[in-house]
Design a protein. Structure first.
Length: 296
């Protein structure tokens, strides 16, 4: 009996293997055995001739081993190709190459001194800053947001009266902290040139509004790494020592509470939290929510 799968969707049937199918099958067997001395001898009742041995062993296994060696040699870290920046040119400096126009014309980065005033519906002033350094291509709305929300207003380098006053300060704080973190962990970038390219390209994208992080990154990233700001209370983070041990198969990853709020900053905006079905569990959830909202 031969099985047929061509009887319509979802149907499997059988049909007799008639003479025409038997002949076709015999012809197929003959074609399959052609050029294979071992199978021909087996069909004719003669002992199969010995197969010649490969000169270099198992070629398939050798090819796999070579591919594995090449993969190991090539696993050096991330390589970054520059798209908008050039080596030796700070993308945050005034006069640096800017984002080309829609027609492909080159531009330069130009900063302006701007003011931002946030008022209540009754006209009373909530916030005001004058003389902030802002790229000329930014709208006034973007200016108001970055100045009122993302500029760190105090505490730079231990000075309670010193705050950020330029977009280039904010962008450098974020881009350099991310790059520096990769350097400290080790193995992220293939070479120093790739790390330099990553920081420069990220700085360019943020300065020219090609892309932007969510608010917690603008709020928190780099405050401790660049300015030494500790904040009040710690956060929860993965233990770097135990994480390395876990990767080596020597234990489980451990979550620890950090010594200060910004050493391991909160850079995420969305979290899924658990809550037990009792009054105290609900209040614990409220406390956790408050700490998350505190950092953005």
């Amino acid at each position: 009996m031969a099985t047929s799968f061509g009887m319509g969707p979802g149907r499997v049937g059988t049909r007799d293997a008639g003479p025409q199918n038997t002949g076709a099958r015999a012809g197929a067997d003959k074609m399959r055995t052609k050029g294979q001395p071992g199978q021909q001898a087996k069909l004719q009742g003669r002992p199969a001739p010995a197969q010649p041995k490969a000169k270099h062993g198992n070629g398939h296994a050798k090819a796999q081993a070579e591919r594995g060696e090449k993969k190991t040699r090539g696993a050096r870290g991330v390589t970054v190709t520059r798209m908008f920046t050039r080596p030796g040119v700070d993308p945050l400096e005034s006069g640096a190459p800017g984002l080309p126009t829609t027609t492909g014309q080159p531009t330069e980065l130009v900063y302006e001194r701007r003011s931002s005033v946030i008022t209540n519906p009754d006209g009373s002033i909530v916030f005001k800053m004058e003389g902030a350094e802002i790229p000329s291509t930014w709208s006034q709305l973007a200016t108001d947001i970055v100045i009122s929300k993302y500029f760190r207003k105090a505490g730079l380098y231990g000075d309670a009266k010193q705050g950020e006053k330029s977009v280039r300060q904010v962008v450098h704080r974020i881009a350099h902290t991310i790059r520096d973190g990769a350097d400290k962990f080790g193995g992220y970038f293939a070479t120093k040139a790739d790390a330099d390219a990553f920081e420069a390209e990220l700085s360019f994208l943020m300065t020219h509004q090609v892309g932007a992080f969510n608010s917690p990154v603008w709020f928190n990233c780099g405050l401790w790494a660049q300015y030494g700001i500790t904040g009040s209370g710690g956060n929860w983070a993965v233990s770097l020592e135990r994480s390395g041990a876990a990767r080596a198969g020597l234990g489980q990853t451990q979550v620890i509470e950090t010594k200060n709020a910004y050493e391991r900053p909160q850079c995420s905006a969305c979290f899924i939290q658990a809550s037990s079905d009792d009054l105290m569990g609900i209040y614990e959830l409220i406390k956790s929510e408050a700490r998350l909202f505190k950092y953005g």
